[in-house]
Structure formats: C-alpha cells, structure tokens
Design a protein around this ligand. Structure first.
Ligand SMILES: Nc1nc2c(c(=O)[nH]1)N[C@H]1C(S)=C(S)[C@@H](COP(=O)(O)O)O[C@H]1N2
Ligand SMILES: [Mo]
Length: 329
C-alpha cells in the first residue's frame, strides 16, 4: 500500500485518535459550559498529524475550528474505522477499497464550478470558496442505509454560510452536487461492471441545504479529509442516510427542479430522494429498525435502535410537516 501523497507516514502511524482523545480530556478538565464551547477546538500544540497532506491554508483553517453545540457526546468511533471502513464506490465496493485504492487521488489543487440559479456562478479555487468561513467541529452520528452507524468528529463550514456567498436566486428550490469524474485516479469509475453511474450526483431541497445542521465537511478527526472520506470537500447531512453525503464535490448547481440522485437512478424502489433516516420505513430487503454501531464484532454486535431522523428529529422534523414519509422515503 502506498503512503498518502506527500507524506512518509501512513495515517495509522500517527494515531490521531489519541491526540483527539487527549484534547477532549483537556477540554473536560479545563473548563465547562459556554466558555469551553467557544474555545478553539484545536490548539496549536495539538496540530493535525504530520500525515496531513493538505495545503497549509486548509490545515490552518481546519485547526482553528471551534466546537459546536450541535455535537453529540456519544463515544467516538475509532479513527481506524472512520477512515478504514468506507463507502466510496469510485475506489471500489469493498469497505477497505477506498483507503487502499484511494491514495493516488489528488484532491489539491481543487476547483468547484457553481452554476444555475445563483448570482455567484463560475469556477472557484477551493481556497477562495472557503476563505473567511469559520470551520467548526461537529460530532455527528452517521447512519448508513446498510444499517451500520458511526459517531464521527467532522470539521467543516455550515452549508448555509457557503451557499449564501454564492447568492442563490429566490427561484432556486434545490441544490445539486456532483463528485469529480477522474477515472484515471478512481478505478471504480472506469470499471466496466460499475454498480452505479458516474459521476456520483446528489441533491437537497434548498431548505434542507440551508438547515443549520447541514455541513460542508473539510476535515475529520482534527485533520483535513483523507481521500477515502471525500477529500477535499464533502457533504454531511446527519439526519439522512449516508449516501446523501456526497464526497469530493466538484460541482454545485442551483435549480428549480428536484435533481436526480445516483442511488435513486440505480434503484428508485429502494432509495429515494429524501432518504431521511426512518426506523418505521424498512428497506425492501432489510429492516431499518436497528443499526450496528461500529466497531461491532461477532461477540459484541453493538445493536442500537435507529431513531427517527437519526436522532435529529427535534431539529428537522418540521421540514417535512404534512409529507407522507412512507411515500417520500
Ligand atoms: N461520491 C461518492 N460519495 C459517497 C459515496 C460514494 O460511493 N461515492 N458513498 C456514500 C455512502 S453510502 C456513505 S454511507 C457515506 C460514507 O462516508 P464515510 O466513508 O466517510 O463514512 O458516503 C457517501 N458518499
Ligand atoms: Mo451508505
């Protein structure tokens, strides 16, 4: 296996979770309440691991992250699982393919093309797109439609802050996202037997995209995103199944029509546009009532009940008032 681009260490050599856990101990010991919440989440002395291959501007923006009151206090899923058990079919369908086969992918330099119903259309360098936006740490549950889940400490900017600077027109009712298409760096995209169409596409209703919980992630576990987690920029929508959280975003399009999404195109009966986590609506081939909270083993399967909207119902159920969620799954 190759080391990450621009470094001699592999991610596992640097045990960032140890750094992370130390910091949490420190936060607990030093202060409580609002003051602690406002403190920078990452101290200079606890810099991202040296394996972080991102450009310095991004490392430094991520390092200034502040903690968020939206974070869960549940036990974090270990770094090895967050970065070693992934779905990123562009690199293969095995859970360890993205880490193993994703290391030749080059997420820098990066540009994002914005089009459609907005004033701020054009192609932007990632640095300019993110400039001046405050990064937050958000510890969220991630619930995959396959019925496993993790607790992940993301870094990122509120999607609303990013989209507002693109000045969407009032006629924009949806926002669509597209993953980069680079078959030469993403072996799954070139595969003749690909399970899904590429580029991967996703979308949100505008009010979902602007919701305060919706994050444009730029990092995880105190460092910039590893390739397998969707470097350099990926969506995180914690109340929806994981497949909505599109990785390595290259295009953003504002539109007045509900965008097509990859998994709906692949199998509309099994995967809908909304994809809100819902224990009451089973997948046609399995129950969604419970999930395996990773790590789970043969002896400790770690089953926990799945909660409506993945536990974020208080914050988001209002977005779907009057909608039949068995129909709009
Ligand atoms: N471009 C792209 N984005 C993607 C996927 C993918 O295959 N390709 N998989 C999705 C699925 S099914 C899940 S569960 C999450 C997994 O994110 P993680 O690997 O960072 O935990 O990414 C989502 N985003
Ligand atoms: Mo998923």
């Amino acid at each position: 296996m190759k080391a990450p681009v621009g470094s001699k260490l592999t991610e596992r050599d640097v045990t960032p979770e140890a750094i992370y856990l130390n910091r949490r101990q420190y936060l607990k010991a030093s202060a409580v309440g609002a003051a602690a919440l406002m403190a920078p989440a990452l101290k200079a002395s606890e810099a991202a691991p040296s394996a972080d291959p991102a450009p310095l501007w991004l490392q430094s923006q991520n390092k200034q992250a502040s903690s968020s009151p939206f974070s869960t206090t549940e036990k974090l899923t270990p770094y090895e699982y967050v970065t070693g058990y992934n779905n990123f079919y562009e690199f293969g369908t095995g859970k360890d393919d993205p880490e193993k086969k994703g290391q030749d992918f080059k997420p820098h330099p990066w540009q994002v093309t914005v089009s459609g119903l907005a004033e701020g259309t054009g192609t932007f360098d990632l640095e300019d797109l993110l400039k001046g936006l405050a990064v937050e740490e958000r510890i969220y549950r991630l619930r995959c439609v396959e019925a496993w889940s993790m607790v992940i400490p993301w870094l990122g900017v509120p999607m609303a802050a990013l989209l507002k600077r693109l000045k969407p027109l009032s006629s924009a009712r949806y926002v669509a996202f597209e993953t980069v298409y680079r078959p030469e760096e993403m072996p799954g995209q070139g595969s003749f037997f690909a399970a899904i169409d590429y580029p991967y596409v996703e979308g949100l209703r505008m009010d979902e995209a602007m919701h305060p919980l919706t994050l444009m992630a730029t990092g995880v576990y105190g460092r910039s995103l590893p390739n397998q987690n969707g470097a350099p920029l990926r969506l995180v929508v914690p109340w929806k199944y994981g497949f909505k959280s599109i990785k390595s975003i290259r295009k953003i399009t504002f539109t007045d029509r509900q965008p097509q999404t990859t998994w709906e195109k692949a199998n509309a009966r099994e995967y809908g546009f909304y994809a809100n986590v819902n224990p009451a609506v089973d997948h046609p081939r399995w129950s969604q009532a419970e999930e395996r909270r990773l790590p789970s083993t043969l002896f400790a399967s770690n089953r926990v009940p799945t909660l409506p909207f993945n536990g974020y119902a208080d914050a988001v159920a209002g977005l779907y008032q009057g909608m039949d969620l068995t129909k709009y799954y």
